[in-house]
Design a protein around this ligand. Structure first.
Ligand code: NI
Length: 192
């Protein structure tokens, strides 16, 4: 874990595509999403057709201390798998009570959040809107539009990501396309 002090600096993210030419993004392909979508067969055949990037984001070399901030863009591409919109895996923070903000630069979608007690919300994300994800809430970005959903996130740099809980249990709710519009339904695979 990097805890070394760094000097002040700048980094530029393109406002159209969300990417930075100064740093390589972390890319998630459809094949990285095993178990994330309700329809496993639809995911498998989508991978066979074209194992494209579903989302990408930045993990900058920021010291993982409670005084530092991790930040960057997240870009979720448009599409569906078995009617379920393209989304990020989503995670709790390892330091559970650390919050995060997401400022939407482009696109449209939802931030699906839920806490361990079962409270959940699907917050609509639009350009210019900020989502505040309080501590204790798992969070997942979902693109319900036809263009990339680009958000800019900031969180305490030592928060860490717990992907395992979501990989095991999923979120309680799914966002699916019903007649071309987003609908929230129960996740048939969700397990206590
Ligand atoms: Ni987070």
């Amino acid at each position: 874990m990097n805890t070394k002090k760094i000097n002040p600096y700048t980094i530029t993210f393109d406002l159209q595509n969300g990417l930075s030419s100064e740093k390589e993004s972390t890319k998630r392909y459809l094949s990285d999403m095993s178990g994330m979508f309700a329809d496993e067969a639809a995911l498998a055949s989508a991978i066979e057709r074209n194992n494209g990037i579903i989302y990408e984001f930045y993990e900058l070399d920021i010291p993982a201390t409670k005084g530092d901030l991790q930040f960057g863009t997240s870009i979720v591409y448009p599409g569906t798998i078995g009617g379920e919109y393209y989304m990020t895996k989503g995670h709790f923070h390892i330091i559970l009570d650390t919050a995060e903000t997401y400022f939407c630069l482009a696109g449209q979608g939802y931030m699906l959040v839920e806490d361990p007690e079962g409270n959940w919300e699907a917050l609509e994300v639009l350009p210019g809107r900020t989502v505040y994800v309080p501590g204790r809430y798992a969070h997942r970005s979902i693109n319900t539009g036809t263009t990339p959903l680009i958000t800019y996130f900031t969180y305490r740099a030592d928060a860490g990501q717990d992907y395992k809980t979501i990989e095991t249990k999923g979120f309680r709710k799914l966002l699916v396309a019903r007649g071309g519009k987003p609908a929230i339904v129960d996740n048939p695979k969700w397990a206590v």
